[in-house]
Each structure stands twice: as C-alpha cells, then as structure tokens.
Design a protein around this ligand. Structure first.
Ligand SMILES: CC(C)(COP(=O)(O)OP(=O)(O)OC[C@H]1O[C@@H](n2cnc3c(N)ncnc32)[C@H](O)[C@@H]1OP(=O)(O)O)[C@@H](O)C(=O)NCCC(=O)NCCS
Length: 125
C-alpha cells in the first residue's frame, strides 16, 4: 500500500492544562469525542492524554494535507485504543470525506507523552 501522507505534531501539556482550566467542558466537547474524554478523564495523566490526542488531530490534518478551514472539526479526528492500549485513527464528517477523496484507507499512529510535552506521528496509506 502506498504512503499518501505523513504528519507529526508536538503539543505542550501546559497549554492543554491551561485550556482545560479556563474553558473546561467547552474545550473538551469542542475538541474531543466522548470516548476520548472517557479515557482521559479516568487517568492520573489526564492532561497528557488530551495533549497527545490534540497533537494527533493536528498530525492527521497535516497528513490529509488540509487545514481546519475545509469544514473539518476537531472531533472529526478521533484517536481510538485497542485492548492492548495501541492507538488508532477513526475519522468522521469532513475529515472522513477528504480522506476518501485522497484514497486513504488506512492509518498508522504513534503517540508519546511526558508531563511536559506530547508528540503524535501518523502515516496515511
Ligand atoms: C507501549 C508502551 C511501551 C508505552 O510506554 P511508555 O513509554 O510508558 O509511554 P509513552 O508515553 O511513550 O506512550 C504512551 C502511548 O503509547 C501508546 N501505546 C500504549 N500501548 C501501546 C501498544 N500496545 N502499542 C502501541 N502503542 C501503544 C498509547 O497511545 C499511549 O498513549 P495514551 O495512553 O495517551 O493512549 C507501553 O504502554 C507498553 O508496553 N504497552 C503494552 C502493554 C500491553 O501490551 N498490554 C497488554 C494489555 S492486555
């Protein structure tokens, strides 16, 4: 399968902590799906999980080759988890439409985070 796109992004955890403090539910609901929130909210490393998922959303946009302008919302890009904790990408709405137009049928994603920074890398095939 051909690689169609690659994206990488880094997010300061403090930036996400600040948004969570100032905007709370409004920020969470605008940017994260119910399942993403359910996972992060159960963890002691809540802000890191949110930061990693925020980085993943931006990395997916890079791989798609679009900005947020083209009718794509933050929750159109969802980070899933399998039983072993391995992350995956599920697209909805505008992001799913653009991926289909580009012929992307498979995503590979990797996340890492410390208490200060989170990174995401994604490959679109
Ligand atoms: C993958 C692993 C090495 C990451 O360890 P780490 O260095 O402490 O953590 P990092 O900050 O670098 O990465 C964390 C991210 O790794 C990813 N990750 C977790 N498990 C993973 C796996 N099995 N494969 C790929 N990525 C994985 C997740 O995206 C996680 O971020 P999240 O919790 O926000 O979703 C560790 O979690 C591990 O060994 N997991 C496998 C455990 C396993 O197989 N359990 C079976 C349960 S049934």
């Amino acid at each position: 399968m051909a690689i169609i796109g690659h994206g990488i992004d880094a997010v300061d955890v403090a930036r996400i902590s600040d948004l969570l403090d100032r905007q709370g539910e409004r920020f969470r609901d605008r940017c994260f799906t119910a399942d993403e929130q359910a996972y992060a909210e159960t963890s002691k490393r809540r802000d890191e999980h949110y930061a990693a998922r925020f980085a993943a959303k931006e990395a997916v946009m890079k791989a798609l080759g679009t900005g947020w302008a083209q009718g794509v919302g933050w929750t159109d890009v969802e980070v899933t988890r399998d039983d072993a904790g391995r992350p995956g990408v599920r697209l909805h709405g505008g992001a799913a439409r653009i991926a289909e137009e580009r012929g992307i049928t498979r995503w590979t994603i990797s996340l890492t985070h410390t208490d200060s920074i989170a990174f995401a890398s994604v490959i679109a095939e």
